[in-house]
Design a protein around this ligand. Structure first.
Ligand SMILES: *Cc1c(COP(=O)(O)O)cnc(C)c1O
Length: 363
């Protein structure tokens, strides 16, 4: 039997190849390669998809996070609350802004930041909460926005894994002041290169991000603030507009595969929780098991590739020495030690998932 890849981006994007070739041709012959119509169109379409007033394209997801924080101009050394189990990008964005990441542990059932632990982490220096909708499930945004309002904190959402996910009908990127999105090729809405965006409802924030991403300039050669070059590429924007039309179908496909896992994987594996009101888009379908490493090897021997998101908790990373030292994060570490991500891509079939389940259930 053929190997089941964890992801095969060539296969995942194949349904779009013809339209992509046409779109590439259009951008190439237009002669306008930076911040042209394709970026404008995609920004309009993605804002509308998210239910936001504005979308500003950026070069990648990390930049979307960095510029989001930058837009608020917090005093150096201000504290930003962030979950202890996230991809390093969320924490890097805080560090690159000269701010201090303050880790809050996740809920062991949802893997997202535990709202009941946020208030204890708030100090007079706290300025913002950066939430991460990990694996494609929204955080408990109703509770979190209530806390933020009470303490006058900004809320920035890391939506890299949650395109189209919603809670009570309100989508990722539309709960906080700003939503940072990544269109890295493996994401649910993935480009063919690095790409990202920020969504927001406030016009002055839209202006701030638009200026920051383009050398601090609104009018060419007139620089208002110390800016960056972090523009969404015109060709990638054209591709993203095409894929955006299929995002709901991509999310549906992943949800269908997830439902099969949920129903048929044996109870030895700790499966994702499903809660009323939450529409999860399963960027990642993970299970937890105490013998995770043995399980991963066993799957590979049976020609099934899996991944670990993520193997090392942020506070245990070498890069974070001197930055996150001294913070105990036992819940995050437990997740990192036991989690395994199973194939759940747009290119996988129900038959693929059934084979994964059959092998898993013999473990
Ligand atoms: C992918 C990802 C990012 C970063 O996106 P890039 O486009 O690779 O810079 C940030 N946060 C999370 C949670 C991610 O999964």
């Amino acid at each position: 039997m053929a190997i089941i890849d964890y992801e095969n981006l060539g296969k995942t994007n194949q349904p779009f190849f013809d339209e992509y070739r046409h779109a590439f041709d259009k951008v190439m012959t237009s002669g306008w390669y930076i911040l042209g119509n394709a970026v404008k169109e995609f920004e309009k379409e993605y804002a509308s998809y998210c239910g936001s007033n504005h979308c500003i394209g950026t070069a990648n997801g990390l930049d979307a996070l960095i510029l989001s924080l930058k837009a608020f101009n917090f005093p150096a050394g201000s504290e930003v609350i962030v979950p202890s189990n996230t991809y390093i990008a969320t924490i890097l964005a805080i560090v690159h802004n000269g701010l201090k990441p303050v880790l809050v542990e996740p809920d062991i059932n949802t893997y997202n930041i535990d709202p009941t632990k946020i208030e204890a982490a708030i100090t007079p220096a706290t300025k913002a909460i950066m939430v991460v909708h990990l694996y494609g499930k929204l955080c408990q945004m109703d509770a979190i926005t209530t806390i933020a309002q009470k303490h006058d904190l900004k809320v920035i959402e890391d939506c890299a894994q949650a395109h189209g996910a919603h809670l009570n009908g309100i989508k990722a990127g539309n709960w906080g002041h700003l939503g940072a999105h990544s269109f890295y090729p493996t994401k649910n809405l993935g480009a063919l290169a690095d790409a990202g965006a920020v969504t927001c409802n406030d016009f002055s924030l839209q202006q701030a991000i638009t200026t920051l991403r383009n050398y601090g300039s609104q009018v060419k050669y007139y620089n208002e603030v110390v800016g960056y070059n972090s523009r969404l590429d015109e060709v990638q924007a054209a591709f993203l507009s095409i894929k955006l039309k299929k995002l709901d179908a991509i999310n549906d496909h992943k949800r269908t595969l997830a439902a099969i896992y949920q129903q048929y994987l044996k109870a030895d594996f700790i499966k994702p929780v499903e809660q009323p009101g939450f529409y999860d888009v399963f960027h990642i379908y993970n299970v937890r098991h105490p013998k995770r490493d043995t399980l991963k090897e066993y799957m590979l021997k049976n020609d099934i590739k899996t991944e670990i998101h993520y193997p090392v908790a942020p506070n245990q990373q070498k890069a974070m020495a001197g930055i996150l030292d001294g913070t105990a994060t036992p819940i995050a570490e437990l997740i990192h030690q036991t989690t395994l991500s199973l194939p759940i891509s747009y290119c996988h079939t129900k038959a693929d998932v059934e084979r994964v389940i059959e092998v898993m259930n013999k473990f």
